[in-house]
Design a protein around this ligand. Sequence first.
Ligand code: ATP
Ligand code: MG
Length: 168
Amino acid sequence: MKRGFYIGRFQPYHNGHQSVLECIAEEVDEIIIGVGSAQLSHTIDNPFTAGERVLMITRALSLLGCPFYVIPIEDIKRNALWVAHVQSMTPPFDLCYSSNSLVVRLFNEANVKVQSPAMYERETHSGTEIRRRMLKGEPWKSLVPSSVVQVIKEIDGVGRLRQIAQAD
Ligand code: ATP
Ligand code: MG
């Protein structure tokens, strides 16, 4: 049984994440998806709750054909202990998929194998760019799975982001 671990903040979950996970699904028996900074929501950089992000991911991967677990992981402010923190919250896994240099470094130091997936149209497919477009009223729906568009509509995600961005 080979399990792979993939972590992100998923603010929001987008087609770049989806494309990476579809590739990982070909390589492992089970996928563990960590929802990072789980305690954060209702800020401009982290508008969605962990529960809302779990909903986005679960719905977008309903046809994946590879079993997966979606696990919220709160930040601890001790990088040296972070891998152990992650491992305490997840089923055991054999390798980690990440292109984030700090994540790669921390897992390497903990002797966990790491693979860095290629970026998928990174210019447009980034959480930062999608949040910017939502705020500016520019097109963003083509950058996320249709099920994620639906979740964001259900929770009035764009309205929330615009309201919290307003000055008092
Ligand atoms: P933000 O701009 O808010 O940081 P992000 O698009 O980088 O959002 P994260 O949730 O930070 O998304 O990313 C989780 C993981 O997905 C990271 O390892 C990141 O490198 C990777 N990732 C992000 N965008 C893409 C993409 N377009 N293609 C492949 N991997 C991606
Ligand atoms: Mg990022």
